[in-house]
Design a protein. Structure first.
Length: 392
């Protein structure tokens, strides 16, 4: 009996040593990652005169946060993990998640056509496109933006009068009207206002506590100011179907949680697991990438040139031939998912590799060039994959 305290003492000592070793390892990882991120972000901000950025990376479930500069030049408010940024088109990935959620609970099918939910579109050219076509920008030639003269009240008339320039599914033309109608119809299928559906269903189910379409007054003090090319402080001026396409504001903390939910869905309820996984299915091959719902996919490791091609001016501004995948499926190998997002005053990028358990969120209050975002994120992810044993 006298030996029990000695054994217990040894065990406690070993546990303490293990804990100290883990703490030391975590601290070492943090220093390494800080150096990697700083090396990529400091010159980017200086070159493009970016007032502030919030960056987060996740590696094997561990999160690391790095805040730079100011959320408001006028007030000299520092960027923090609570700062709200306009996500721009990263919002489209949430719209896609709402649609796959609606599909999982039996409220719509991606094979449906818009007139099923908007009778005013029956017999119109737009009704030749399926909801899948709308959600993958393959409806047949919808433009990047609504014409300036189209208002909310004229939205339905715009789609009634629209004429296709290509057969549905034959080309991808990145389009706010396309994805916007996709989200609008999804909300009709759910019999909810779109903003209500997102804020009452999707955000809470993903565990997001500081993400909004309509920023409440209590959170306005955290809402960053964006800066345009003339360095004038601005925030988004909502247009037609803005909520569905570029209207979400969020923090780096919520966004890295969102990335982790996409990397590992096991912490979500079964319905949301299926919804999130549904956004990872590939539907069309388009040049350098595979287009899913919201997310764009690449085999990983991916060469920087290929990633730049998939996020190029040509891919965003022009129609590109698309080849429908005969049997839509989840990626069969290691894949990188990404999405850029911009408003007039904000520029962002999100990318993650589920199989490597690595991801990055870059939020900035200036719309700086997309290639600069891609290069910085690619360099960071490449080095994370190299230095972190869990990410190999």
């Amino acid at each position: 009996m006298t030996s029990l305290p000695k054994i217990t003492s040894i065990a406690i000592a070993l546990i303490c040593l293990c804990l100290l070793s883990l703490e030391s390892s975590a601290a070492g990882d943090s220093v390494k990652i800080r150096a990697i991120v700083d090396t990529a972000i400091h010159p980017l901000m200086a070159e493009h005169d970016v007032p502030g950025m919030a960056v987060a990376v996740t590696v094997d479930g561990q999160d690391f946060f790095f805040n730079y500069g100011v959320a408001s030049r006028e007030k000299n408010t520092r960027v923090s993990e609570a700062t709200l940024f306009e996500l721009g088109s990263i919002s489209k990935t949430f719209t896609a998640t709402l649609a796959t959620y609606a599909q999982v609970i039996g409220k719509l099918s991606l094979d449906d056509h818009p007139a099923k939910y908007m009778a005013q579109l029956k017999g119109r050219a737009i009704d030749q496109a399926s909801l899948l076509n709308l959600g993958t920008y393959t409806a047949g030639g919808l433009p990047l933006q609504f014409p300036d003269e189209v208002s909310d009240a004229q939205m339905t008339a715009y789609f009634q009068q629209w004429k296709a320039s290509a057969t549905a599914g034959s080309q991808r033309e990145y389009s706010n009207p396309s994805l916007g109608l996709f989200g609008y119809v999804t909300a009709l299928a759910l019999k909810l206002d779109f903003a209500d559906a997102m804020e009452s269903q999707i955000f809470p189910k993903l565990g997001l506590k500081h993400s909004y379409i309509r920023v409440p007054e209590t959170a306005m003090h955290n809402y960053a100011w964006g800066y345009d090319k003339a360095n004038k402080a601005i925030r988004m001026n909502p247009g037609v179907l803005a909520a569905e396409t570029y209207g979400i504001k969020s923090t780096v903390t919520d966004m890295i949680r969102y990335v982790k939910a996409n990397i590992d869905t096991s912490q979500l309820d079964q319905t949301m697991q299926r919804a999130v996984t549904g956004t990872h299915v590939g539907y069309f091959e388009v040049g350098a990438m595979v287009q899913g719902l919201g997310w764009e996919q690449y085999p990983y490791p991916v060469a920087l040139e290929r990633l730049l091609d998939g996020n190029s001016y040509t891919m965003i501004q022009e129609p590109n031939p698309s080849k429908q995948i005969t049997v839509p499926q989840l990626p069969t190998g290691t894949s990188l998912f990404n999405k850029t997002g911009s408003t007039n005053g904000f520029g962002n990028y999100v990318a993650f590799v589920p199989q490597k358990k690595i991801g990055i969120v870059m939020l900035a209050n200036k719309n700086y060039p997309i290639p600069a975002r891609i290069k910085a994120a690619h360099a960071i992810l490449q080095q994370l994959s190299a230095i972190m044993p869990a990410a190999r």
